[in-house]
Design a protein. Structure first.
Length: 185
């Protein structure tokens, strides 16, 4: 029978570092989950239980434990391999810039402001580009000098617009609240 998979013995410094990663609320969820798996293994929990607690498969838990044993903390951090960014021609860049600076209503679309996803979908539908990611579009627009408001900026604008408007009849309601009710004797 094969030995159960356990992480190599870890020092108290390594244990504290794992605890800091697990307790920290910011950072990569992938790193957090891997650190959690290693920490549970170091505490003697068997692989099937770790898989149940971390909502992953036993094979995945074994891989994480083996990788940590071989590579240490470097194995906890994901290595995302982004592909080469797409190259757009000068004409494509000009068309993208022109579309981003235009209003959606000018193209017969039923919304008033571009979002990254709507602009990307429009560019693909119009045949300007074959495919473009939201981040790729954001980067290209930044390079072209087009400022594109973030979702938070748009929400702030919306809130400030709503603050400046008053509902019909709100003045009478406000005046009624200011005057105290007549006292009865």
């Amino acid at each position: 029978m094969a030995q159960p998979v356990q992480v190599r013995p870890i020092s108290s410094d390594e244990g504290n570092r794992l605890l800091r990663i697990v307790r920290r609320s910011s950072g990569s969820v992938v790193t957090w989950r891997r650190a959690q798996m290693v920490l549970l293994s170091a505490q003697g929990m068997p692989v099937p239980q770790i898989a149940e607690v971390t909502f992953s498969s036993p094979d995945r838990v074994r891989d994480v434990i083996h990788n940590f044993t071989a590579d240490g903390f470097d194995s906890l951090y994901p290595r995302y391999a982004g592909g080469r960014p797409p190259k757009f021609t000068v004409d494509q860049r000009a068309e993208i810039r022109k579309a981003a600076l235009s209003r959606p209503a000018d193209h017969g679309l039923p919304f008033s402001v571009w979002s990254l996803s709507k602009l990307a979908d429009f560019l693909v539908a119009e045949g300007v580009v074959d495919d473009i990611s939201h981040e790729g579009l954001r980067t290209l627009l930044r390079e072209e000098g087009v400022s594109f408001p973030s979702r938070e900026d748009l929400e702030d604008q919306h809130r400030s617009r709503l603050r400046g408007q008053e509902e019909p009849g709100a003045g009478a309601l406000r005046d009624r609240r200011r005057t105290p009710p007549a006292r009865r004797r």
